[in-house]
Design a protein around this ligand. Structure first.
Ligand code: ATP
Ligand code: MG
Length: 434
């Protein structure tokens, strides 16, 4: 097979790692995302190296190594530039069950490339000779704009159904068309996706939202293939809901909003997708994704936040809004509201708020917040211990009292003084004193 020479700009440390291994007699290649992206003229992310050296060899050859995944044959090599490069021994699949694979080490780069998912991800590039080793014509597919499995699609998906979701991510992110046979195999297996672990399913969606400048393409593939219905039925319900009239549906608007939000903030974009759902279905979906309690809590407050008050509404209304949404989440919520308002406007949808009004209200909210008013029970000049010293018995009533005090203080922050609050408590709790 011919191995054309191609120049890719690899970090010097990648060349150094490869040279060190080759000098010890171990064939070594760069593979995966960095080669794919380099060939497509995009900035390359992580450089992964694959080698005939076994993990024990790699650890012998380099002074500073980290056993990042010894069981998979992956050793982290700490280069002089301070970056850690993952070096993985050539591998071959021995056994696969659709969820995980048992792999064994291999001696040939071709075995290693054959177990990779898509042709565009199965291109090897030699950092010293700059030769391309591309037995599945991944470069041709990249040029034609096609995503295609290495080998027989049904078999490859059966080995690991996560590859279905990876297909959506790569096709969406790089604007590739999914090859016909690959797509036919995908359409048949959406029910099987439910067998994947919640974490792997979640991480795939979060990667789309985190890294894709235009996630609506990948999301469209989730929807079209049936994966959305299998994995995120709450979202699929929104997508399938009847729209009142002509014009974009709530799902289409939410996807368009996601496209306007920046990469690097997956949960903000997830919040946009969930907005049309409401609290209960959103909570179900977020818990099923196994996000941390803190992430679920934040995202739910983001999703269920009421609209900002009118820009000219009294400050007290803004304090109530800030208090309800929370100090940590309110800017994200304002941002989402503005993104929805702008997108609706751009799509010619009448309903919803006016973007200028949202900008005005956002400014007011910031001014009100900057005055530093008490917004949470923890900001009150009185706490549970004070209630005990007043002779009250600890219990569920404590929470109610503090909530009532906060409510009173939100109307007028100057009321947040211990003596005034004590007086207020006594008035509340003493029969006949009002
Ligand atoms: P990204 O830029 O998103 O990191 P990537 O191609 O580097 O893209 P990774 O998930 O980091 O993707 O995987 C690195 C490489 O390992 C892939 O390019 C592919 O060759 C292979 N690979 C990863 N996951 C699988 C899988 N489930 N099945 C087969 N090959 C896989
Ligand atoms: Mg990668």
């Amino acid at each position: 097979m011919s191995q054309p020479r191609v120049h890719l700009t690899a970090p010097p440390a990648v060349v150094w790692v490869a040279r060190t291994l080759e000098d010890h007699g171990f064939e070594t290649w760069a593979v995966g995302g960095a080669v794919r992206d380099g060939l497509a003229g995009r900035p390359s992310g992580d450089w992964d190296l694959t080698t005939r050296a076994r993990p024990k060899d790699i650890r012998r050859v380099f002074r500073r190594t980290v056993p990042v995944g010894i069981e998979h044959g992956t050793v982290g090599v700490l280069a002089r530039d301070g970056t850690m490069y993952e070096v993985t021994t050539f591998r071959r699949d021995v056994e696969t069950d659709g969820r995980h694979a048992v792999v064994s080490f291999a001696d040939r780069i071709d075995d290693d490339l054959a177990r990779r998912d898509f042709t565009v991800n199965a291109i090897a590039w030699h950092p010293l000779t700059e030769r391309l080793h591309d037995p599945f014509d991944g470069r041709g597919d990249l040029e034609r704009g096609v995503l295609r499995t290495v080998g027989e699609p049904e078999e490859r998906f059966r080995e690991d159904y996560l590859r279905v979701l990876r297909a959506f991510r790569f096709a969406g992110r790089f604007g590739l068309d999914i090859d016909e046979a690959t797509w036919a195999a995908i359409s048949g297996v959406s029910d099987r996706l439910r067998g994947l672990s919640a974490e792997r399913i979640r991480d795939e969606l979060l990667k789309v939202l985190d890294t894709d400048p235009v996630p609506s393409r990948a999301l469209g593939l989730y929807a079209e293939s049936g994966a959305l219905g299998a994995l995120y039925p709450e979202l699929d319900d929104v997508r399938c809901a009847e729209t009142a009239g002509p014009g974009p549906s709530a799902w289409e608007i939410a996807c368009a909003v996601v496209d306007t939000l920046p990469v690097g903030n997956a949960l903000l974009r997830l919040g946009a997708l969930l907005r049309p759902l409401g609290a209960e279905p959103s909570a179900q979906l977020l818990f099923r994704m196994r996000l941390s309690n803190a992430q679920v809590d934040r995202t739910l407050r983001l999703v269920t936040a009421p609209p900002l008050p009118d820009p000219g509404a009294p400050d007290a209304e803004f304090r109530r809004w800030l208090s309800g949404v929370g100090r940590d989440v309110w800017p994200a919520s304002a941002r989402l509201e503005l993104a929805f308002a702008r997108t609706r406007r751009a799509l010619g949808v009448d309903a919803g708020s006016d973007p200028d009004a949202v900008v005005g209200a956002w400014r007011t909210a910031r001014r009100v917040r900057d005055a530093g008013p008490p917004l949470a029970v923890g900001d009150l000049a009185l706490d549970g211990r004070d209630l005990i010293s007043l002779g009250l018995r600890p219990g569920p009533r404590f929470g109610e009292i503090l909530d009532e005090l906060l409510d009173w203080v939100l109307d007028d922050p100057s009321r947040n003084q211990t003596e005034l609050l004590v007086e207020r408590v006594l008035a509340m709790e003493t029969p006949g004193r009002a």
